[in-house]
Design a protein around this ligand. Structure first.
Ligand code: UGA
Length: 441
């Protein structure tokens, strides 16, 4: 079967490469010519574990990329995976969705199926159907649930597959079941529903996970002021199957290209339906405040932080990604810089460091910027001579570092653990002042 995938961002690339690895003939389409050239040379424009290897394996064989929509006429199924960014008011901007639809309209040949994988507000798939009215194409909603850094694994091992159809039209069901046959054989639940339910499942899932995080983050402040230990609270709560232990780790807040944007979009969607979304508004609000609260905690320790130097370990919004969007680490760096501190930043992912250079417009040879920001390629250099170490991502590699050796390299011996990844006792035993989130230990 021939398949087209429109959009070569995180979602589209995983979809294109993943489907090629299943043996389908896949054409990826993107408007960015330089990205298309890179991909055709087997170079992945973004960092995602295992993706470049799989791309190299299939490119030129089952997989190709192009900027031209003409290829669409040969494919039976088209996956729509373009970005749905946030506009200034927090609404979802659908310009890429509609411009892709207008372009593909000109090239639809025989009977086709257009599958919307992009995260779109409730009602968008139906709007798309109206826009493509007159074309011989069925539109299906099929949201994705990939986590950055784990995206290939999530593609290969989904928890569920959601297919939203227009109630009068299920003709593509068999085709899609054929594409997802491998998952159906593994008894992965397939939910067949209507457009609107499918669209809301995506937002509801992200909003629920974000709410779990904000819930524990809110309580972490109470724990911080009392003698309670939030890590033990999370652990004990998580042992109750009804609650579950995942996404219950207190920290400096959620970031990335999905949770912050999707929560804001869901608030707007409620408001435009005359609903006051109290819980998700609180989720968003708690998240916005969490990083500021952590910053104040650091400031309080020193009194004045201007002239202090900090090692910030973690630039991307989470481990194993190069994505800096809404990164709590970057937000903290900005707050610290504005208060006159000097920052030495590090991330294990080289592309995350490269993206930080580009974002701050740094000169790589000097790694210096007007505000006193330096980015280093190794941890030892990053921590040498600093007045404090700040952990901003839950990267387990940090646990394997030699913290006794690092102790001797820093000026002041203090760790602010914004993700509660360390054993506080271990750090105390080495001699550090250790400040986690929601714990006096
Ligand atoms: C999220 C969802 O987890 C995916 O299921 C969804 O498909 C994706 O959004 C999307 O909509 O495309 P992702 O943004 O890659 O995936 O990141 P997560 O792993 O969910 O982490 C989000 C943030 O929450 C990170 O900043 C992480 O540090 C933070 N987090 C996570 C916590 O603060 N505490 C936790 O216990 C877990």
């Amino acid at each position: 079967m021939k398949i087209s995938v429109i959009g070569a961002g995180y979602v589209g690339l995983i979809q294109a490469v993943g489907l090629a690895s299943f043996g389908f003939e896949v054409t990826g389409i993107d408007i960015d010519d330089s990205k298309v050239k890179m991909l055709n040379n087997g170079v992945c424009p973004l960092y995602e574990g295992g993706l470049e290897e799989l791309l190299k394996k299939h490119i030129g064989e089952k997989l190709q990329f192009t900027t031209s929509y003409k290829k669409i006429k040969d494919s039976q199924v088209i996956f729509l995976c373009v970005g749905t960014p946030q506009d200034e008011e927090g609404n979802t901007d659908l310009k890429y969705i509609f411009s892709a639809a207008d372009k593909l309209k000109k090239h639809i040949g025989d009977s086709k199926c257009l599958v919307v994988k992009s995260t779109v507000p409730i009602g968008t798939t139906r709007l798309l159907k109206e826009r493509l009215n007159g074309c011989n194409i069925e539109i299906v909603s099929n949201p994705e649930f990939l986590r950055e850094g784990m995206a290939l694994n999530d593609f290969l091992n989904p928890d569920r597959i959601i297919l939203g159809f227009d109630k009068n039209d299920l003709t593509s069901k068999e085709i899609l079941e054929g594409i997802y046959q491998k998952f159906i054989e593994k008894n992965i639940p397939l939910i067949i529903t209507n457009y609107e339910t499918s669209e809301l499942i995506k937002y509801a899932s992200n909003a629920f996970l974000a709410t779990k995080i904000s819930f524990i983050n809110e309580l972490s402040k109470l724990a911080d002021k009392t003698n309670a230990d939030i890590k033990t609270v999370s652990h004990a709560m998580g042992l109750d199957d009804r609650i579950g232990k995942k996404f219950l780790n207190a920290g400096i807040g959620y970031g990335g290209s999905c949770f912050p944007k999707d929560i804001k979009s869901l608030i707007k969607q409620c408001e435009s339906n005359d609903i006051n979304p109290r819980i998700i508004t609180a989720t968003d609000d708690v998240n916005e405040r969490q990083i500021k609260w952590f910053f104040e905690k650091i400031k309080k320790h020193y009194g004045d932080i201007s002239g202090k130097t900090f090692a910030v370990l973690g630039l991307a919004f989470k481990p194993d990604t190069d994505d800096l969007r809404e990164s709590a680490g970057i937000k903290l760096i900005d707050l610290l810089l504005k208060s006159g501190a000097t920052i030495k930043g590090f991330d294990y992912v080289q592309k995350a460091r490269d993206n930080a250079y580009n974002m701050y417009n740094l000169d790589k040879s000097k790694a210096f910027y007007g505000y006193n920001l330096y980015i280093f390629d190794n941890l030892v250099e990053t921590v040498t001579g600093v007045d404090g170490i700040i952990i901003t991502v839950e990267d387990n590699r940090l646990n394997n570092e030699n913290w006794t050796k690092i102790f001797n390299l820093t000026h002041e011996k203090i760790i602010f653990d914004g993700r509660n990844i360390f054993d506080s006792e271990k750090m105390h035993n080495i001699g550090y002042v250790y400040m986690g989130i929601g714990s006096k230990k």
